[in-house]
Design a protein around this ligand. Structure first.
Ligand code: ATP
Ligand code: MN
Length: 538
């Protein structure tokens, strides 16, 4: 599986319009690591891991993500400020500029693919200006064998030129950076940003269109793992809610940490070949598997190291979004190939900074559909007075920035699949307890893990309604007991020790849910609308 040797084959980029480039085709991970160091574009940490700075951008730039509006996309894409249209002629002109920029340069090219299930495989050629971006593609996409490379036919091409700066007036971009998908030419064109996440999320966005439209498959922004009995669990959630953290579990085999498809054959497959974990405050004790994966072959992004290459994971002076990418085989317990059966349990992860949602609750099918469409998590924002307060953040399907179709398309597919599979759906608050952000504390990871384990083992009240308390505001079923978790923690109201303050905050959140749902009201059935909170403040 692990391919450490580089290919002797080389390829020409003439057909892409890239002339006289020095092409480094299919370099091994070790070679790309060495190239990066030799070019002064990275350093080595004390564990032998490559560490790079991604430059101006240390996160994705959703406002600079465009889709070319053409015959394929025009009537299908849900256009708006998430899916921003781009003119096809403008794309052609910008593409020509980018390939001109890349001509004569030393470049890194690799053939790879997405989708672990052969029936859905999407071959990808990645053309990078920088060696470490190419190593990221090695880590994150699936790796063809030598034999498969012989007759490799790329379907999609990623052209990645972080050093190319667009001229908005001439090129039709918003500013100097851009990530543009063209479904007719099958190109992801990325420029002006070195943030590697744009590379993987570009292909994710493409698959979020291709799979439901052409392959009857539901694409999902979720992680997935499988237990000893072959039971699959999937974890949806927005950034920072715990998809990577909670799916990486020594007792369960990892299928993948971020992007999956649920097929008509009732299987779940990973799109990717690696993981991309946040490393802010990472500790060996709390997250031993991820910690151990940070070795040669992995790439650390935007972390701070001392003179001996020891990383200080608490240092956020470059960004809060410090990351590591590693090929999935850096984790010991993985499912090979990365495919599971129909999920038995689905978890919706939310980092509720209001601190009012129960740490775990069971959802009815209507509540599951409602919460999927809502896609709630919270952010914290500072105010002038230095007070930080929670801000609700809703993102349909727990991944709106990557979803080219209308959210109800995905929601309808999920609802049907959940019903057919008879799956249990759980809402898990990995955020705050005992009060909102600033007053309460983040839910202990060991409690969240214990609750998830109890749900997976079927221990959470054996699914009888007497074993649950129905939350008076949100209507969800909150278990009364859970092995390994203090009973008090299970009731958010009890952790606050101030009922009035608790309900005031709970109503703030239920009102935010209602306001956000207004945009879906007319498309949502009575059944889905019933899944919302039960009480609001007036
Ligand atoms: P992304 O979509 O950006 O990859 P993600 O959903 O994979 O995000 P993680 O990378 O798992 O999110 O980040 C969760 C972060 O929250 C980690 O840094 C983790 O250590 C921290 N954390 C703290 N408490 C908890 C908890 N109770 N459950 C889950 N994560 C927690
Ligand atoms: Mn993740």
């Amino acid at each position: 599986m692990v391919n450490h040797t580089s290919s002797t084959k080389t390829i020409s980029l003439d057909k892409y319009g890239i002339k006289n480039a020095k092409v480094n085709y299919q370099l091994s991970s070790d070679e790309l690591h060495a190239e990066t160091l030799a070019k002064g574009q990275g350093k080595e940490s004390s564990t032998g891991t490559l560490a790079v700075n991604t430059g101006e951008f240390t996160g994705r730039s959703p406002k600079d993500r465009f889709i070319v509006k053409d015959a394929v996309t025009e009537d299908r894409v849900w256009w708006g400020n998430i899916n921003i249209p781009f003119d096809s002629d403008k794309f052609e002109a910008l593409y020509d500029k980018v390939v001109d920029y890349l001509s004569e340069k030393e470049l890194y090219v690799r053939d790879s693919y997405a989708c672990a299930d052969d029936n859905y495989r999407l071959n990808i050629r990645v053309i990078n200006e920088y060696p470490w971006s190419n190593m990221f593609a090695h880590n994150m996409f699936l790796r063809p064998t030598e034999a498969e490379l012989e007759n490799f036919e790329p379907e999609w091409t990623i052209v990645n030129a972080p050093g190319f700066m667009a001229n908005p007036e001439e090129d039709g971009t918003r500013q100097h950076n851009f990530a543009i998908l063209d479904f007719t030419r099958k190109i992801a064109l990325i420029g002006g940003t070195g943030y590697t996440g744009e590379i993987k999320k570009g292909i994710f966005s493409a698959l979020n269109f291709i799979l439901p439209v052409f392959k009857e498959t539901l694409p999902m922004h979720c992680s997935a793992n499988v237990g000893k009995d072959g039971d699959t669990a999937i974890f949806f959630g927005l950034s920072g809610t715990g998809k990577t953290t909670l799916s990486t579990d020594a007792n369960r085999s990892l299928i993948g940490d971020d992007e999956h498809g649920w097929t008509k054959e009732n299987t779940v497959f990973n799109f990717e070949g690696g993981c991309y974990a946040k490393v802010i405050n990472l500790s060996q004790e709390q997250e031993p598997e991820i910690y151990g994966a940070i070795k040669k072959g992995a790439i650390l992004e935007n972390v701070i190291m001392d003179g001996n290459g020891v990383v200080d994971y608490s240092d956020t002076s470059i960004t809060q979004n410090t990351r590591v990418s590693y090929p999935i085989y850096h984790i010991d317990n993985i499912k090979e190939p990365s495919i599971g059966k129909n999920p038995k349990n689905i978890f919706f992860l939310t980092a509720d900074a209001f601190g009012v949602l129960p740490p775990i609750s069971k959802l009815t099918p209507s509540q599951a559909a409602y919460h999927f469409i809502s896609g709630y998590t919270a952010k914290v924002a500072g105010t002038e007075a230095g007070v930080v307060e929670p801000v609700p953040s809703f993102s349909a399907c727990f991944g709106a920035p990557f979803m080219p179709l209308h959210p109800t398309k995905y929601a309808d597919m999920l609802s049907k699949k959940m019903k057919d599979a008879g799956v249990n759906v759980w809402l898990v608050n990995t955020g705050w307890t005992g009060g909102p952000y600033g007053v309460g504390t983040r839910m202990k990871l060991k409690y969240t893990r214990a609750m998830i384990n109890a749900a997976l083992n079927g221990d959470l009240g054996s699914y009888n309604y007497e074993d649950y308390h129905i939350h008076s505001v949100f209507g969800v079923a909150q278990p009364r007991q859970c092995h390994g978790v203090p009973t008090e923690v299970l009731s958010p109201r009890a952790t606050w020790k101030d009922d009035e303050a608790y309900y005031t905050m709970a109503f703030k959140l239920s009102n935010a849910f209602r306001k956000n749902f207004e945009q879906f009201e007319k498309n949502a059935s009575e059944e889905i609308r019933r899944g919302g909170p039960q009480r609001y403040a007036f």
